[in-house]
Design a protein. Structure first.
Ligand SMILES: [Zn+2]
Length: 148
């Protein structure tokens, strides 16, 4: 990133944050030559985020896929699609903020569950049963108990 004041090409990042939509990273940089500060904006979709599935396969992170999973858990619940999209936004922003390049599907699932737990208990259990693949009724019951 070239310094707009002196043209030097090396700078250090002093601050880094996402915009509200979570798709643009704003970076405050300090030129290593003249010490002046400038701001750059980088579209985060330039940094691919990869999801590592349980079987070890990798696939690009897909907002739609994540949203679909959440909407499926929310069928006939009193939670709007906007709220579901907000969950996806928050998760993506949090991953982008940590500058993650890879995330396991398990981590993703747990992130969704943390949000659903506070929003809708039924959706939480539905989502958990898909993501955690409860082996038996016992495990499922344990999860229900934790909610109480
Ligand atoms: Zn400079």
């Amino acid at each position: 990133m070239r310094c707009p004041y002196c043209g030097f090409t090396d700078s250090r990042v002093v601050d880094s944050r996402l915009n509200e939509l979570g798709d643009v990273t704003r970076r405050r940089r300090e030129c290593l030559n003249c010490g002046r500060r400038f701001t750059t904006f980088e579209k985060v979709d330039e940094i691919p985020l990869t999801v590592i599935k349980k079987n070890g396969e990798r696939e690009p992170f897909s907002r739609n896929k994540l949203l679909d999973g959440i909407l499926r858990a929310l069928v006939k619940r009193q939670v709007s699609r906007e709220r579901a999209e907000q969950i996806v936004d928050e998760i993506e922003a949090s991953l982008r903020n940590d500058f993650k390049r890879e995330v396991t599907s398990k981590e993703l699932g747990e992130m969704v569950l943390r949000q659903l737990r506070d929003i809708d208990k039924v959706a939480y259990i539905r989502f958990a049963s898909v993501y955690r693949e409860f082996k038996d009724l016992e495990e499922f019951t344990q999860e229900l108990k934790k909610l109480k």
